[in-house]
Design a protein around this ligand. Structure first.
Ligand SMILES: [Zn+2]
Length: 373
């Protein structure tokens, strides 16, 4: 690539004009030097190509003028630089439509630093041949994934139990071998593999898309392909505002379970109950537990203790094991109870194990040999 100045957006037209002139001078010096070096006997690579870079900001006349100037050098290829630096997509598409016709049709045209899948489709439509961009790798590292149904953010809570692949129409190793839930888990566990899988998928998605674009151009149906893809991705609608955040919803497209996108998505499964409602809910739960469980139990315990304290020598009692006998002596924390038909077996029973005072109404022989716990 020739040396150039990539100006910021916005810039004054006078500054842009001076900058474009400077870039042109640098290109001439660069081309002359390359020719000189290639003539040397020990030249490392005489076939190295030099691309000129078109500049001019968002000023169509400067862009076109510059394109005409640099194409006079008959270089192997031409790039369009200084776009995707803050201008709107519409401005970028407008500049591409204006300048590409002034670049040689039989030389490759390279759009520098662009872009989203939508940008690429529009630029190809304008006549651009190739691209470079950090988006698929950078977004992948942050869990933003491009799919056939639009972009999704794998860290959203709704993917926690999702067994589907990132994109059910993708054949990359990440989609063939792993689920959204697993990749999300890897992100949560801060595993590097999560970043690698998402970057791998995004690069595979971009490469597959470029392959499809080439096939569509050769097959003569690029316009149809572009229209269908844009329709599919644009079904990711910025629809509802939840708690000041934009929530994106996705409609079903071409039989694919659609997915939501963007790092600022407000997930419907998160924050379904506000804190006041939550406190009220737990408060009511505690009140219900007190009146229906703790209070009746305390009352039963009190009644049982009063009954155990009222037992006197000679009373017939029932133990927690279901045996009954006659109290013949009372100790500090136990009763001596006489069991058996002939009342010959005396066993100490813990006061707490006596659960009632009762008059026996069964055949006494059944209690023979009984004991307490
Ligand atoms: Zn994939």
């Amino acid at each position: 690539m020739a040396f150039d100045e990539c100006i910021p957006y916005p810039s004054d037209k006078s500054y842009v004009a001076d900058s474009v002139a400077r870039t042109t001078r640098w290109l001439h010096r660069c081309a002359d030097k390359l020719t000189e070096l290639n003539k040397q006997e020990d030249a490392v690579n005489c076939n190295q190509m030099l691309f000129g870079i078109n500049q001019g900001g968002v000023f169509e006349d400067l862009r076109i003028e510059h394109a005409k100037e640099i194409t006079q050098l008959d270089l192997p290829g031409y790039a369009i630089g200084g776009l995707a630096v803050g201008e709107s997509h519409e401005q970028m598409y407008s500049i591409l439509d204006a300048v590409v016709p002034y670049l040689p049709e039989d030389k490759p045209v390279y759009l520098m630093g662009v872009g989203t899948p939508e940008n690429i489709l529009e630029a190809v439509d304008s006549g651009v041949d190739f691209f470079d961009c950090v988006l698929p790798a950078r977004n992948g590292r942050h869990g933003s994934v491009y799919t056939s149904a639009g972009k999704l953010h794998i860290l959203n809570a709704k993917y926690e139990q999702d067994d589907c692949p990132l994109d059910d129409k993708c054949g990359c190793p990440a989609c063939v071998n792993y689920s959204r839930a697993y990749i999300r888990h890897l992100f949560k566990a801060k595993e590097m593999l999560a970043l690698r899988l998402c970057v791998m998928h995004n690069l595979f998605f971009y490469n597959s898309m470029m392959e499809e674009i080439r096939i569509a151009i050769e097959g003569g149906y690029f316009q149809k392909y572009k229209k269908e893809k844009l329709y599919c991705w644009q079904n990711v609608n910025k629809a509802t505002i939840v708690g000041g955040q934009v929530a994106e919803t996705v409609t079903e497209t071409a039989g694919t379970a659609a997915s939501a996108a963007s790092g600022t998505v407000a997930d419907p499964s998160v924050g379904a109950m506000n804190p006041i409602m939550l406190i009220l809910f737990y408060g009511l739960l505690l009140v219900a537990l007190y009146f229906f469980m703790f209070r009746p139990q305390r009352k039963r315990d009190k009644q049982m203790k009063e009954m155990q304290e009222s037992i006197r020598s000679g009373d017939n009692v029932v133990t927690s094991s279901g045996f009954y006998g006659k109290v013949v002596d009372i100790g500090e924390d136990c009763f001596v109870v006489e069991f058996g038909t002939n009342r010959g077996i005396r066993v100490p029973v813990r006061k707490a194990d006596v659960v009632g005072i009762k008059t026996p109404n069964v055949n006494p022989s059944l209690t023979s040999g009984g004991t307490s716990s």
